[in-house]
Structures are given as structure tokens and as C-alpha cells.
Ligand binder design. Structure first.
Ligand code: GDP
Ligand code: IMO
Ligand code: MG
Length: 433
């Protein structure tokens, strides 16, 4: 019985939500392990569109959904998402379990983020403004407040007072005094505590007991490997461990209990927010991809930056995550392009390499080396059989797989779960069982 991690191989928005929805039926529990409501995972069920931010996508299929300890939780955002899902008939309170060790986001985290993002002496990261980074800062600084603390009223008041005093000092430095009503926030959060109490437990224990009983767990990554705090394009990253390793620490499940890692990658690349993006297409082609792929942020509505498939980047994220198989999504978006560019290496000081420089400044400077591949005229939209793929689409995929050195086990040809090709005999097929 295999437990699998599914995560983004690029800079997020690769189509993880669709894949998790597709695979959910084969699993008993779906768990998030990092990030917070900065994620936006889109799932179509028939005509109905859901955008999951904090709650694991598996809940839409009636699966037990777990918010792990590695997630940062904004209770107001959670309750809002719950209300909207419950209006669609989903029994969120009955299906959701929240880790007692997850850290809590407070409104002042958003204010601190805003102040930090608007500093004139620093390039803004272009965050989602959800308070994610400042909450993780408090976690690492060992002054954060966790769900279990929130539920313990007396303990909470004490911890809250200290944290609030801390924030007050920062607010004064940023000249934000008066903008934060600490007593109101405390009272609001005490009400939130009562509303989430019944769903809170030790989710690591829940997951490990489920594994012992032979149940299958699907770990749903948020963001993408290039946004990982350690391995991404620092400092233009998110503040959590989005790579596969984060699933163990963020869910409290040992590496020995995980049997496979699946990377999700678009057939091209997108990125939201600032930071280096070697294959960004700032020309007509990039615009065409944005239009065809409807590349606008699921959470913030921002236009996504678009560009060509980047082989060095996928080799890098494959190595870090140990992908068993890659899913290529949005192949249909490239339909009708006469030629498709693929980046095969980076030219740095006249030398071609596939090594990703450690600094954003150096990565900004690399010059991508491109291979032109012929496009395909026919539509791939909604194809479900690999034999129906146009020859050049198959050649394109074979080329990517060979160059990256990992199988492509699944191809997504549209936003709905049935618009998917699963390659027969692939490792992907075996892993999902
Ligand atoms: P996630 O954050 O990784 O779950 O991805 P998002 O939901 O933010 O963005 C992916 C977008 O592409 C969503 O609007 C999906 O509905 C859509 N999508 C996913 N797979 C496909 C596909 O194969 N083809 C097309 N045309 N759209 C897709
Ligand atoms: P999903 O799960 C794409 C980006 C932001 C910004 C950087 C830091 O839908 O793939 P943060 O608010 O996390 O501190 O912002 O990370 N970012 C994402 N980009 N998809 C996401 O999530 C993202 N979550 C954060 O745009 O550049
Ligand atoms: Mg998204």
C-alpha cells in the first residue's frame, strides 16, 4: 500500500489541484504539509470550479483531509473556506483534521509583511500578502503560537501578550502604531478557537495510525520546488519547505513510510511574483501562452509570467525530490504553436552548464540555450489515450523525458480530471495502483 507525495516541480500553479483530485479516489487520506492559504489549487468537478487554498483538495471527494503541523493556519481564512465548501454540500467539519502543532497566522503578520514588501531599499518578493512569511519567522524564532496554544485559553493569553508586545515594537519601528487592535484580535481568536476545536488533534499520530492500518496517504504539496525556502530561487521564494523532504517534517511521517514522489510540471513554465526566470518569454509567444493557458493567479488574480520549458530546472528539481515520475500538465496550451522552444542549458561566461546558480543575481544573468522543436497543428485537448497524441506532441514529451532523465507517466490535456492520459506500464500507473 503506497503513500505518495505529489508536488510542484517548478514555481507553483503546475496543476497540482487537478492531479490530487484525480488521484484522491485511490487514497484514504489527503494531507497538506506546508504553506498556507497562499496556495490556490483549482479543481473542476463538472462545470463547478473550486479553488482550495488551505484545505486539502481530497475533501471534494469525501476523503479525510489533514492540515499538517508544517502548515501555517489563518483561522479566519479557514472558516471562510469551510463555509464556502459547506455551501456546496461538503461536510468539512466531519472530514477535516487540523494539527495541534500548526502555527497560527495573525492579522499583524500581514501588516509586517506589507511593511517589509514596501521597503524602498529592497526588491519586493511579490508575495501573496497572506502573512505567510512573518508567521514562519515567528515559528523559527520560537515565539510563534500554535493551534494547541490557541485552544488552551489561559496559556494562549500569556503567549499572546508576549507576541503582541513583540509586534508592537516592530510596529513602532515601521510606524504602524495604532493600526493594530491587539485586544480585538485576541478576542476574535478566542472565538475561532471554539469553532475549530472539534477538528484539532495530533495529526501525525492520526496519519501514522492510518498507515499502520494499511490506509493510503496522499501528500499534497503547495507552491513548487523553485519556491522552496532552501532549494528555490532565494530570496524570491515562499517561507516553507515545499520540496519532498518537507512532507516528512510537515506531516510527521517518516521517509521510510513514503513510497513515491510525483512531480507536476507544466509543458512550459510560469511564475507569479518577482525573481529570476531564465526562460521567460517577454514576446508575443509569452502572451499567447498566457492567453491560451489562462495564466492568471488563482488566489491573487495576478497575470502569471510565462516562458519555455527549462530542462536544467527540471533536472534540478528532479534531483532534489527524487521524482519517480513526472506529470506534464497543460499540453493542450501549446497546441498550434508552429515551433516550441526548450531550454537545454545555461550559458554563463561563454560556457554552457546545467547547474543552477545559488544567487538570484547570477541566475538573472544566465543566457538560456534553446533547442527548437516542431509544434503540432492538431488539438490535444481532452485526449485520454496516448496513441491519439499528434506525432510531434509525442516527440516533444519523449524529448523532455529523455533530457530530464525521468519518465513522464501522466499527461494532462485539460482542467477536468477525465482530461488525462495515464501511460500504460508506467511507474506512475504502478504507484497510484
Ligand atoms: P495548482 O496550484 O498547482 O493546483 O495549479 P492552479 O490551480 O493554480 O493552476 C493551474 C490552472 O490550470 C488551473 O486553472 C487548472 O484548472 C488549469 N489546468 C490544470 N491542468 C490543465 C490542463 O491540462 N490543461 C488546461 N488547459 N488547463 C489545466
Ligand atoms: P500553489 O500552491 C505560485 C509565490 C508568490 C511569491 C512567493 C512568496 O497554488 O502552487 P508568499 O505569499 O508565499 O510569501 O509569496 O511565492 N507563491 C506562489 N506562486 N503558486 C503558489 O501556490 C504560490 N504560493 C506562493 O507569488 O512570489
Ligand atoms: Mg495555484
Amino acid at each position: 500500500m503506497s503513500n505518495i507525495i505529489i508536488l510542484g516541480a517548478q514555481w507553483g500553479d503546475e496543476g497540482k489541484g487537478k492531479l490530487v483530485d484525480l488521484l484522491s479516489e485511490k487514497f484514504d487520506i489527503v494531507t497538506r504539509y506546508q504553506g498556507g492559504h497562499n496556495a490556490g489549487h483549482t479543481v473542476f468537478i463538472g462545470q463547478k470550479k473550486f479553488v482550495l487554498k488551505l484545505i486539502p483538495s481530497g475533501i471534494l471527494r469525501g476523503k479525510r483531509a489533514v492540515i499538517g503541523n508544517g502548515v501555517v493556519l489563518d483561522p479566519a481564512a479557514l472558516l471562510e473556506e469551510m463555509t464556502s465548501l459547506e455551501a456546496s454540500g461538503i461536510d468539512v467539519a466531519g472530514l477535516l483534521s487540523i494539527s495541534n502543532r500548526a502555527h497560527i497566522i495573525f492579522p499583524f503578520h500581514r501588516l509586517v509583511e506589507k511593511a517589509s514588501e514596501s521597503r524602498s531599499d529592497r526588491t519586493a518578493i511579490g508575495t501573496t500578502s497572506r502573512g505567510i512569511g512573518p508567521c514562519y519567522e515567528d515559528k523559527i524564532a520560537r515565539r510563534g503560537i500554535r493551534v494547541a496554544d490557541l485552544l488552551d485559553r489561559e496559556g494562549f493569553r500569556q503567549l499572546y501578550r508576549v507576541l503582541a508586545e513583540d509586534k508592537q515594537t516592530i510596529a513602532e519601528a515601521f510606524r504602524l502604531e495604532g493600526a493594530i487592535d491587539y485586544a480585538k484580535i485576541r478576542d476574535d481568536y478566542e472565538c475561532f478557537a471554539d469553532r475549530i476545536r472539534s477538528m484539532v488533534c495530533d495529526t501525525s499520530r492520526l496519519l501514522n495510525q492510518a498507515i499502520q492500518q494499511g490506509k493510503r496517504i496522499l501528500f499534497e504539496g503547495a507552491q513548487g520546488t523553485m519556491l522552496d525556502i532552501d532549494h528555490g530561487t532565494y530570496p524570491f521564494v515562499t517561507s516553507s519547505s515545499a520540496a519532498a523532504g518537507g512532507a516528512c517534517t510537515g506531516a510527521g511521517v517518516a521517509p521510510t513510510r513514503i513510497h513515491g514522489v510525483i512531480g507536476v510540471s507544466k509543458a512550459y513554465v510560469t511564475r507569479v511574483g518577482s525573481g529570476p526566470f531564465p526562460t521567460e518569454a517577454l514576446d508575443e509567444a509569452g502572451e499567447r501562452i498566457r492567453r491560451a493557458g489562462n495564466e492568471f493567479g488563482a488566489v491573487t488574480g495576478r497575470p502569471r509570467r510565462c516562458g519555455w520549458f527549462d530542462i536544467p530546472l527540471l533536472r534540478y528539481t528532479s534531483a532534489i525530490n527524487g521524482f519517480d515520475s513526472i506529470v506534464i500538465t497543460k499540453l493542450d496550451v501549446l497546441d498550434g504553436f508552429p515551433e516550441i522552444k526548450v531550454c537545454t542549458g545555461y550559458r554563463v561566461n561563454g560556457r554552457v552548464t546545467d547547474e543552477i546558480p545559488a544567487t538570484a543575481r547570477l541566475l538573472e544573468k544566465v543566457e538560456p540555450v534553446y533547442q527548437m522543436l516542431p509544434g503540432w497543428e492538431a488539438s490535444t485537448r481532452a485526449l485520454v489515450d496516448h496513441r491519439a497524441l499528434p506525432d510531434n506532441a509525442r516527440r516533444y514529451l519523449d524529448y523532455l523525458s529523455k533530457q530530464v532523465g525521468v519518465e513522464i507517466g501522466c499527461i494532462s490535456t485539460g482542467p477536468e480530471r477525465n482530461e488525462t492520459i495515464i501511460l500504460p506500464g508506467s511507474r506512475f500507473e504502478k504507484l497510484i495502483g
